[in-house]
Design a protein around this ligand. Structure first.
Ligand code: G3H
Ligand code: ZN
Length: 283
């Protein structure tokens, strides 16, 4: 069933488990996520990034997500990931997204507050949940790129002020993760997660969670992370499976034969994540 981001994340926040938000770009990825969620009895968030919307088109992605959610036996939210444009966010809401992110993290604090407030006002009026971001998460995701030197961790005091001002539903925090493939070992600032969690009574979001060890993800969740964003790990599972298949059977020209093992490989990765995050069995 299609539910809001809030419905899923409030329960996770109250009970102390994490929910995976997985990036979708095509039908096979959507199916892999939904099958994994149903097999583990887990709530789940389907999210579309800027690149995902560009690739599939808002309408197509929205319909795909909503259909999958409607038919699913578990709660599913359809979420816009890293929205930066007010018009596009409105369009996503109009097409039935049940949750949106306004990423004003590249802006000055007061400008981030202003745009986030504006989105919250409209989204809440029509029952859509809003995620915002404070601090700068390193790495590259589609059109948003932050080099190592410019990445800045979220300031706990500022986070409190930001949430009080905007009344946003969940907050993405910068605590040492980065988008994309890590060059070295990610080094998470666990104390910062704890401090922010003590100041804020809303679900916290960890971006760039691919490539972070299971142990660190579990610890981050135990300290207050409720939403765990995963994209790169799915891309790797998908493309590795396709490469393996074509290495074995280079003359195969049937897209269904090529994509089915990729869908299966992604599903297995997602199921593992759902068990690690603690969302399995919570639907
Ligand atoms: O918003 C999406 C995520 O932050 C994905 O990050 O590709 O490093 O898993 P990732
Ligand atoms: Zn992200």
């Amino acid at each position: 069933m299609l539910v809001t981001g809030n419905e899923i994340l409030q329960d996770a926040h109250e009970k102390g488990y994490g929910v995976g938000a997985f990036n979708v770009n095509n039908m096979e990825i959507v199916q892999a996520i939904i099958e994994a969620a149903e097999e583990t009895n887990s709530p789940v968030i389907l999210q579309a990034s800027q690149g995902g919307l560009k690739y599939g088109g808002i309408e197509y992605v929205a319909e795909l997500g909503k259909l999958a959610a409607k038919n699913a036996r578990v709660p599913v939210a359809v979420h816009l990931d890293h929205g930066t444009d007010f018009q596009q966010i409105m369009l996503c809401i109009r097409h039935g997204f049940s949750s949106v992110m306004i990423d004003g993290s590249q802006l000055e604090l007061e400008d981030n507050i202003a745009i986030t407030k504006k989105v919250v006002e409209v989204a809440h009026a029509v029952g859509v949940s809003v995620e915002a971001e404070l601090g700068k998460i390193g790495g590259t995701e589609d059109n948003i790129s932050v080099d190592e030197k410019s990445a800045t961790f979220t300031d706990p005091e500022e986070a409190k002020y930001f949430v009080d001002e905007t009344q946003v539903d969940s907050l993405a925090i910068a605590v040492g993760t980065a988008h994309g493939v890590y060059k070295g070992e990610p080094d998470l600032d666990f104390d910062r997660i704890k401090t922010i969690r003590n100041k804020l009574d809303i679900p916290l979001v960890l971006h760039g969670s691919s490539g972070v060890s299971d142990k660190d993800i579990e610890k981050a969740i135990s300290l207050g992370i409720s939403k765990v964003n995963i994209d790169t790990d799915l891309r790797i599972a998908f493309t590795d499976a396709i490469k393996d298949f074509l290495r074995e059977d280079p003359d195969n020209i049937d897209p269904r034969k090529i994509l089915a093992p990729a869908r299966e490989a992604m599903k297995e990765v997602i199921k593992e994540k759902m068990n690690i995050f603690g969302s399995a069995g919570r639907a």
